[in-house]
Write a protein that binds this ligand. Structure first.
Ligand code: C5P
Length: 219
């Protein structure tokens, strides 16, 4: 670990859940506290990076040294990422983006009655896949939260999204907790990071990102 690992690099991080409105008071969301993404932002700042944090709704205080952009929905997160991505050297997509949004959300609170209520859901854009499809993508890191078959699903996800690095965790080990366990997947194979506070894992992740990033021919 070295405090200058990412000196001068511009790192964009997404964190937290997204929140897809059903009506004026209700939404579909993911269980995500934002703690892992915020820890990654802190670790990147410690490593000397210029950090922009795009965050879905969380109860956390963002690091003061980061430029923070608060968003609600996946569509807003995509728009914020697209605005910032041109200035980005490394993109770390920690956010638990909702897979679907509600078509035609109601502006008013839906009143309950005895009938079955049907919601129509449409798939959200895949933000990290969009970034990887840019003509000159930054170095991209994905996250995967799985509830089973972690190794198989995480490596499939890394290949499908064409990511040089993906950090995977089990939802049972991670969500809302102070500690976590991560497994890093890259072209060399897997690198388990044993159970530790999220900030410790975030520092280890940033060290690994810096190594791959500098080896991939970047300054
Ligand atoms: O949801 P999924 O397991 O596919 O997420 C894997 C990675 O893709 C994560 O890094 C997540 O932030 C990103 N992702 C995204 N946009 C989505 C869904 C996931 O950027 N709509």
């Amino acid at each position: 670990w070295h405090p200058k690992l990412l000196k001068g690099q511009r790192v964009l991080i997404t964190a937290g859940p997204t929140f897809e409105a059903i009506d004026a008071v209700r939404a579909i969301t993911n269980m995500s506290s934002g703690k892992m993404g915020y820890a990654v932002a802190r670790a990147a700042i410690e490593a000397g990076a210029e950090v922009t944090l795009i965050s879905g709704p969380t109860c956390l205080t963002p690091p003061t040294a980061a430029k923070t952009i608060a968003v609600t929905s996946a569509q807003q997160m995509l728009e914020a990422v697209n605005k910032e991505i041109g200035e980005t050297d490394i993109f770390i997509s920690v956010a638990a983006v909702a897979d679907y949004y509600v078509l035609n959300p109601s502006g008013q609170k839906i009143k309950k009655d005895a009938h079955i209520l049907t919601l129509e859901l449409a798939p959200n854009p895949d933000i990290v896949a969009n970034v990887m499809n840019l003509p000159n993508p930054p170095f991209c890191v994905g996250f995967a939260a799985e509830s089973e078959n972690l190794y198989e699903f995480a490596e499939m996800k890394r290949r499908r999204k064409n990511l040089p690095l993906l950090a995977a965790n089990m939802v049972q080990d991670a969500i809302g907790q102070e500690d976590n366990e991560l497994i890093l997947f890259d072209d060399e194979g897997t690198h388990p990071l044993p159970r530790a506070p999220k900030i410790v894992l975030a520092r280890q992740l940033i060290a690994h990102v810096a190594k791959l990033y500098h080896h991939s021919g970047n300054k």
